[in-house]
Design a protein around this ligand. Structure first.
Ligand SMILES: NC(=O)c1ccc[n+]([C@@H]2O[C@H](COP(=O)([O-])OP(=O)(O)OC[C@H]3O[C@@H](n4cnc5c(N)ncnc54)[C@H](O)[C@@H]3O)[C@@H](O)[C@H]2O)c1
Ligand SMILES: [Zn+2]
Ligand SMILES: [Zn+2]
Length: 383
């Protein structure tokens, strides 16, 4: 089959690789109809993780069940399914308590497994024609048959639940004001989720015009951090109070005001958004941090950052009595409910999708999405 294979920094290729097989009675093989490229893939693509060449990328996968193992009870050949990016077993201590992003058995020695991701276990990615799905009854979310809502449902594998997770970590409730940093797919989904949960005003911070335009389109208030300090811009619009809740949908590759993307020279500042969340959130508020931080970053700006050690203003956090939550999204906690919002016509997350392309176009799509040019916001690949 064809698959997107990582070749080294800034290089992927569509190669021929062996088809996956049923290796365990609980496995299913899914024929992929949609697999998205994620901002998380870019960390590997740019050589900013410990990922070695040879990984098949793709953790946002959807398709039709092609084959099931003898132990699979509920799933049937032909079922249309979307797979959470987390691989879970369903029976370990963490899966049982709903923390499927921290499964203790699918990636021995580590809490958490995923398809096509460095350090997340042996699971191959789904930017390919076929995908092996372990513990298939547990991991697959069944969708209505047909072709309707394909792009909306594909986003249930990761970014819609992850954006929602950001809102949940910050416990966003009706009427609250929120600041979302990052208007990439995750940030846009976080802003969208806050609005679904009834937030009164949602500020969305970024410096990529097309992304800020999308934030405005869904009812967010765009804040361009290259124009002036983002925290100050938000204070100016909240009588100096700041916001009730804030969300980091940027992660460790955050850039400073006046970065090359805006024609400037400013560098990456990995702790900038974390400290801005602390500053912009009013006392007693909460911070949701789905943005990714890693314990090992070969390209880190200094020795500490290379080990994932960042300086954050804990004194201010304490003084303001702020709470924070972070980590991988437990997709299974939310995906069935978010699916039902899509079916009921109450949510249409596909507004974020900018490009739908055949698998062969993956190398060019990675390049453009990585440079955040030509409006590349979210790419769905169709093998
Ligand atoms: N927790 C999870 O389970 C989970 C799941 C998926 C993705 N993620 C992570 O979420 C983050 C966002 O993912 P994405 O797909 O939207 O990525 P993305 O790279 O497309 O988006 C990040 C956005 O942040 C903006 N940005 C950079 N510096 C900024 C700053 N100082 N202030 C405000 N905005 C800034 C960029 O311009 C970009 O638009 C990534 O770190 C990704 O790895 C986490
Ligand atoms: Zn993803
Ligand atoms: Zn488990």
């Amino acid at each position: 089959m064809k698959a997107v294979v990582y070749k080294g920094p800034f290089k992927v290729a569509v190669d021929n690789v062996p088809d996956p097989k049923i290796e365990h009675p609980n496995d299913a093989i899914v024929r992929i109809t949609s697999s998205c490229i994620c901002g998380s893939d870019l960390h590997m693509y740019e050589g900013r993780t410990a990922a070695k060449p040879g990984i098949i990328f793709g953790h946002e996968n959807m398709g039709l069940v092609e084959k099931v193992g003898a132990g699979v009870k509920l799933l049937q050949t032909g079922d249309r399914v979307v797979l959470p990016f987390n691989v879970g077993c369903g029976f370990c201590r963490n899966c049982q308590r709903g923390y499927t992003g921290y499964c203790l058995t699918v990636n021995p020695g580590f809490a958490g497994g995923a398809y096509g991701y460095v350090a997340m276990g042996p699971w191959r990615g789904g930017q390919a024609e076929l995908l092996q799905v372990p513990f298939a009854d547990f991991n697959a979310l069944v969708l209505p048959p047909g072709k309707k809502h394909e792009a909306d449902f594909a986003l249930l594998a990761d970014i819609f639940p992850t954006g929602y997770h950001g809102a949940e970590l910050a416990k966003v409730t009706p009427g609250e004001t929120v600041a979302v940093f990052g208007a990439g797919p995750v940030g846009l989904m976080a802003a969208y989720s806050c609005l679904l949960r009834g937030a009164s005003r949602v500020f969305v911070v970024d410096h990529v015009k097309e992304r800020l335009d999308k934030a405005k389109e869904i009812g967010g208030i765009p804040v361009n951090f290259d124009v002036a300090d983002a925290v100050q811009q938000i204070r100016d619009q909240t009588e100096g109070r700041g916001v009730d809740k804030s969300i980091d949908a940027v992660g460790y590759q955050a850039v400073a005001q006046g970065s090359p993307a805006a024609g400037g020279k400013a560098k990456e500042i990995p702790n900038i958004v974390l400290n801005q969340l602390i500053e912009v959130t009013a006392p007693t508020g909460a911070l949701g941090i789905p943005g990714l931080y890693v314990p090992s970053d070969p390209g880190g700006v200094d020795e500490a950052a290379k080990k994932g050690s960042l300086s954050i203003n804990f004194g201010r956090l304490f003084e303001k009595g702020l709470r924070l939550g972070t980590g991988q999204c437990n997709v299974k906690t939310y995906n069935a409910y978010l699916r039902d919002l899509i079916i009921a016509g109450r949510a249409k997350p596909s507004f974020v999708v900018s490009h739908e392309l055949p698998l062969d176009k993956a190398p060019d799509a990675y390049d453009k999405f990585d440079k955040r040019v030509d409006g590349y916001t979210k790419v769905v690949l169709h093998p």
